[in-house]
Every structure is written in structure tokens, then in C-alpha cells.
Design a protein around this ligand. Structure first.
Ligand code: NAD
Length: 462
């Protein structure tokens, strides 16, 4: 079912999903696998529509459109491993607990609400949905209204694939999101910005609903001296400028050792030409800014610093050239907020400790990138900074390893997902202990007189 809905319709829909959940169907392993396979088939069927929709919403090149469809690789991974994850997980017990047995029994939470952003508008709804279904839940989806074409494709896909009691989609903007948030869901999975993340968490608190918040922030990219410059530059440019910089884990800014800066800048300038030509506005491989509001915000960030490449824009086309910015200070607006667009400030450091201190003075980032082959440098950065994820000598790729949790820390979010981490996020990991009755020693029961010494020994005191 899909609808743009007032509160009463949303309440009815939730009741319908609760009733469906109560039938026990969604938690049946065969049903879950069938649903995941149907979802896979639907994505394959809709792939051209998905790619066309993200082109319409974001001017996304076809190649980058496939990042959305690529969510099927996660689906395949989940389908392959679900049997194992859904099983009881045996827990070990100390000898003193003999003859008990214990295990963790994953169980679904109920009905999950999944709210998505506009930048990867298909993938960031479907990827959490995979986890919700795999764990045996029902799900209600609310894609971003700021990617309307993709929202429409998602609505069609969901309608044609799922029983609305199992998975339903509600289209709409802030009012619809707030109507949904007023309901007592069993889990809320939110991907978006920090400001709305706080609103979601406040709403969830009213019902004590657990939340996963996948937020953003400024992800630094440290470039040290021991690097393969050519490869590093290719990877930085790709990670920063794909989807015109509108990627939550894009390198937000470069923090380069001052000895390397001149060579890095030259190589970055050349690389931009290699990728997007002399006129990136005409490149078929370069996306556009999602809407006028984001466009104006980004343009205002260009008021400070020196442009080393790009810096031009076209309002009518919502085009901003891939831009390198020099002479930027931490107090400039471009360094005060998540950029989320095709502007790459280049800052320098003399000592690695200075770069680390600069990062640690700011909110913990969603991702941190380090280009260095020096293992001591790698260890120092890993040990002395905190981030949701780190990729050494590349960008973005950590997000495609289904065995790695994906999430933020501190202001960049809470909770994580992907692969088994999604399964666990959408599960209650229920602890079970089983005790036989044939043995029942009296040591714990009142009257306690004469039992304290024995109990002290039992808990490890002499
Ligand atoms: P956003 O927070 O503005 O919107 C996200 C969703 O929240 C949308 O569906 C929107 O309808 C809803 N929403 C907006 N205002 C609301 C309100 N007042 N009350 C309730 N719901 C509301 O985020 P966005 O602009 O769509 O996405 C950009 C942000 O998302 C960036 O900060 C980016 O870093 C982050 N992001 C994070 C990840 C991640 O995986 N961690 C992925 C993509 C984007």
C-alpha cells in the first residue's frame, strides 16, 4: 500500500500492520526469504525506472544510478546468510551454572518505521528494509519528498511487491513524517541530517521507541607524505565528486601534510580535468544539486577562500563545478557545517598530531579517510581518533563491505546496519536460560544463616 496520508490513515495502516505481524507470518523464515527474493526480483524489474528516477531527481549519470540498484548485492548476501543469523546463538556458561544451558534467540521487534533522505533515495530506504524483513518485522517506509521521482518508483515497487500488512510506503514531506513519528512504532530507523535526527529522537522518546540514527557530518580526509599520489588523487576525486558531492561519507575536506600540498593540488586539478573535461557542465558523468535551497546554501560557502579549480555555477541547471578551495580557515562557514556538495577545501598540517587534534576538537565524523602507507601513521590515526568508519588509502569503499557495521558515532549517529548488523538492529536479541529441575541446591534460599561464606566464595571473594 502507498498513500499520502492524514494521521487517521496512518494509524489505521499501523493497526493493519500490527494485525499482520500478530499472524506470525513475517517471522516465518520461509516467508522472510520469499519476501527478500521478491524484493530482489522487483529491483531487477524496476532497475531502468530507478536509474531514470535518480537521473531526474539528481541528474545522476547512469553509472552512478547503479549504486542504487547495487543494493541487490546486500540482498544476496543477506539471503545467503539468513538461516545462520536467525538461529539460536549458544551462550557459554561458567561451570558454576552447570547443568544449565543458555542461548540468544533473535526475535523480530514488530513494526519498524524507516525514514530516508534524498541523496541515495532508493538505496537508503531499501537497505534498512532488507534488515527489517530479514529479522521478521513489518515495515512502514517514508522516502524523501525531495527526490520525488524516486519516491514514486519506490511507491510502485512496494505496492506491486508486498502485502501492505507486511511492507507499506507512505509518500510525503515533513507533515507526513511527523504524523508517522507520532505513532508507537517498535523501531525507528532514520537516515538524514543531525537537526531532524534530534526531532526523530524526541518523538521516539514519547513512546520509548528505540532508534537508529544514520546522520552526517564532516568526514576528514588526511593525506600524509607516504602515499601513491596518483592513486590517492583518483580515489579522493571519485569519492568527493560522485553524485556531485552529495554523499554522506564523501570526504568533506582534505587535511594534507604541507610538504605534499603543492603536488596534491596540481594532481587534483589535473584529475578533475581527466574525469570531467574542461567543461564539467557538459560532462555526462557529473550530477546536479538536488534543489534550489541546497544550491544557494552551497554557493554561499564559496564566499570565502581561494578557488583552485571550479568555483563556477549555473543556477538554472543547479550545476556547481567540482571545486577546490584553498586559504580556508576553520571558522569559515564552509568548515562549520557539513558541505554535502562538490566543494573540497584543502587545509594543511605540519605534524600529524596537529591534524589529529583538529579532528578531535570537532564532532566525531561519520567517516575518516587516511592516505598513508606508513603503518605507524595508520596506527596513530586509528588509535587517536574516533569515527563511524575508517578507510585507509581509499574513500567510500568501506560502505560496500557487508560484514562491516555502517553507522556513526556521537553526532554522526547511533546504531549501525548492513548485513548481519542490520539483522541484529531489527531484532531483539532475547536471552534465554534453561534450568533443569532434577538438581536444586539449597544455597540461595532463605534462611541465609550459615550461607554467606559459601556465597562469597561463589562470587569470587575469598
Ligand atoms: P533530512 O534530515 O532533511 O531529511 C531526512 C528525512 O526526514 C526526509 O524523509 C524528510 O522528509 C524527513 N524530515 C525532514 N524534516 C523533518 C521534520 N521536521 N520532522 C520529521 N521528519 C522530517 O536529511 P536530507 O536532507 O534528506 O539528507 C541529508 C543528510 O542526511 C545529510 O546530513 C547526510 O549526511 C545525511 N545522510 C546520512 C547517511 C548515513 O547513512 N549516515 C546517508 C545519507 C544521508
Amino acid at each position: 500500500m502507498t498513500l499520502t496520508a492524514p494521521q487517521s490513515t496512518i494509524s489505521d495502516l499501523l493497526t493493519h500492520q500490527r494485525d499482520f505481524f500478530a499472524t506470525g507470518k513475517p517471522r516465518d523464515l520461509g516467508f522472510r526469504l520469499d519476501a527478500l527474493n521478491q524484493l530482489r526480483a522487483a529491483i531487477v524489474e524496476y532497475q531502468a525506472d530507478i536509474i531514470a528516477a535518480v537521473r531526474q531527481d539528481l541528474g545522476r549519470p547512469e553509472f552512478e544510478g547503479y549504486f542504487e540498484v547495487g543494493v541487490i548485492s546486500e540482498l544476496d548476501y543477506v539471503i545467503k546468510h539468513l538461516h545462520k543469523w536467525a538461529k539460536r546463538r549458544k551462550a557459554s556458561l561458567p561451570l558454576s551454572q552447570w547443568p544449565s544451558s543458555a542461548w540468544v534467540q533473535p526475535e523480530p521487534l514488530g513494526v519498524a518505521l524507516i525514514i530516508g533522505p534524498w541523496n541515495y533515495p532508493f538505496q537508503l530506504i531499501i537497505s534498512p528494509l532488507i534488515g527489517a524483513i530479514a529479522a521478521g518485522n513489518c515495515a512502514m517506509l517514508k522516502p524523501s519528498e525531495l527526490a520525488p521521482a524516486t519516491s514514486g518508483v519506490l511507491a510502485d515497487l512496494v505496492k506491486s511487491t508486498f502485502d501492505p500488512g507486511h511492507v507499506a510506503l507512505v509518500e510525503g514531506g515533513v507533515d507526513v513524517a511527523q504524523a508517522l513519528l507520532a505513532e508507537p512504532f517498535d523501531h525507528i530507523f532514520f537516515t538524514g541530517g543531525e537537526r531532524v535526527g534530534k526531532i526523530v529522537m524526541q518523538a521516539a522518546a514519547q513512546h520509548l521507541t528505540p532508534v537508529t540514527l544514520e546522520l552526517g557530518g564532516k568526514s576528514p580526509c588526511i593525506v600524509d607524505t607516504d602515499i601513491n599520489l596518483e592513486v590517492a588523487v583518483k580515489r579522493i576525486v571519485w569519492g568527493k565528486f560522485l553524485n556531485a558531492g552529495q554523499t554522506c561519507i564523501a570526504p568533506d575536506y582534505v587535511l594534507v601534510h604541507e610538504a605534499v600540498k603543492p603536488a596534491l593540488v596540481k594532481a587534483l586539478q589535473q584529475r578533475l580535468k581527466d574525469c570531467y573535461g574542461d567543461h564539467p557542465a557538459q560532462s555526462p558523468d557529473y550530477a546536479r544539486i538536488v534543489n534550489d535551497r541546497q544550491f544557494e546554501r552551497l554557493i554561499s560557502l564559496l564566499d570565502y577562500g581561494t578557488v583552485l579549480a571550479g568555483g563556477t555555477y549555473d543556477r538554472g541547471d543547479r550545476y556547481i563545478a567540482p571545486t577546490l578551495l584553498d586559504d580556508v580557515a576553520w571558522y569559515h562557514p564552509v568548515m562549520q557545517e557539513e558541505i554535502f556538495g562538490p566543494i573540497l577545501p584543502i587545509l594543511t598540517y605540519q605534524e600529524l598530531s596537529d591534524a589529529i587534534a583538529a579532528i578531535n576538537q570537532r564532532p566525531k565524523p561519520l567517516a575518516l579517510y587516511l592516505f598513508s602507507h606508513d603503518q605507524q601513521v595508520q596506527k596513530t590515526v586509528l588509535d587517536q581518533t574516533s569515527a563511524g568508519s575508517v578507510c585507509l588509502n581509499d574513500t567510500i569503499f568501506q560502505v560496500s563491505a557487508w560484514d562491516l557495521p555502517f553507522g556513526g558515532v556521537g553526532h554522526s549517529g547511533m546504531g549501525a546496519y548492513h548485513g548481519k548488523y542490520s539483522f541484529d538492529t531489527f531484532s531483539n536479541l532475547k536471552s534465554v536460560m534453561k534450568r533443569p529441575s532434577w538438581l536444586d541446591i539449597d544455597w540461595r534460599y532463605p534462611p541465609y544463616q550459615g550461607k554467606v561464606k559459601q556465597f562469597r566464595q561463589f562470587i569470587g571473594l575469598s
